[in-house]
Design a protein around this ligand. Structure first.
Ligand code: ZN
Length: 304
């Protein structure tokens, strides 16, 4: 595949985002301006209204968005190998509802050891996406990740297709627990000599406390799927980043997009590449951070 440089790819993306933001020299209204003087003399009041009503840009992200935060992709070759070597199963088995029921001690060890990293921080990709949401350019984030890093970065409108680590609950009474509580209870530590975790149990009724993460063999939440379908089908621009689209239901959701610009940022080829209007095979964080820089540069260049 032809590799577009970070700056070149970011420039093309910035141009698209600048266009859909209705930004023809007008500043983004951050609520602090003098609203009464706007609209009459700017000449683009109407396009601004349309911009507000339409979906603008939606960011659809996968594992590749979080790898720069040090969160490994358990579906990667390395992840597959280690699951087989250390746990004797494929990740899809270890993270299945069947394993959760049959061997919860092994399930919790794999889950705690491989899918939770309390020290992980939002990277340049999360921060850039949050900044673009703040500016009204990105209207929604649809993510396959369960790490909560988009929210940590400040994104408000996040649709988590596969749920989240951060909302453990009792399967009996639905009582909520913190992730820290779940980690402490599961009591699995590398080097402890144990090869199984302790199953976290509800303090009220002894029910298993699991995370609100969709396991293999379980259905995705209808609410999340419907919300994702709505924002993607209503979007003017779709940025698909850090996902090969191989994981259900990403490919199906992306097919609902009928807007103008499909942007794909992924290191490896994806099934969407031939449909992409802009294709950048570079790390998501580098590209998105550069997009924000270039948008700022355009703004400065105009007013200066
Ligand atoms: Zn309970």
């Amino acid at each position: 595949m032809e590799r577009t440089a970070v700056s070149e790819g970011a420039a093309r993306i910035a141009a698209v985002l600048q266009h859909i933001s209705g930004d023809t020299g007008k500043e983004i209204d951050n609520g602090s301006g003098d609203a009464s003087s706007k609209g009459n003399d700017s000449g683009n009041a109407n396009s601004n209204v349309i911009g507000t009503l339409s979906g603008k840009a939606v960011f659809f992200g996968g594992a590749g968005v979080s790898t720069e935060s040090g969160i490994p992709d358990f579906r990667s070759e390395k992840g597959l190998y280690s699951a087989q070597q250390v746990y004797g199963h494929r990740p899809e088995e270890l993270l299945s509802y069947g394993m959760f029921i049959r061997e919860p001690e092994l399930f919790f060890r794999y889950y705690v050891e491989n899918l939770i990293d309390l020290s992980a921080q939002p990277n340049a990709a999360h921060l850039a996406v949050a900044e673009l949401e703040k500016r009204g350019i990105i209207t929604a984030v649809v993510t396959q990740n369960i790490d909560g890093l988009h929210q940590m970065a400040g994104s408000q409108n996040v649709i988590e297709l596969h749920g989240s680590n951060w909302r453990p609950y009792c399967v009996n009474c639905q009582r909520r627990y913190s992730l820290e509580w779940l980690l402490a209870k599961s009591n699995w530590r590398a080097g402890s000599g144990a090869d199984r975790a302790v199953v976290p149990r509800c303090e009220m009724d002894d029910g298993i406390v699991r995370s609100d993460v969709v396991l293999y063999g379980e259905n995705l939440s209808d609410t999340a799927l419907n919300e994702a379908a709505a924002v993607i089908s209503g979007a003017e621009t779709l940025i698909v980043a850090g996902t090969s689209l191989a994981v259900y239901p990403a490919a199906g959701l992306v097919r609902l997009f009928g807007g103008d610009s499909l942007i794909v940022i992924n290191l490896d080829p994806t099934d969407l590449d031939t449909h992409a209007d802009i294709l950048v095979a570079q790390p998501v964080g580098q590209v998105m951070a550069e997009v924000v820089r270039q948008l700022d540069a355009k703004k400065l260049g105009r007013s200066g």
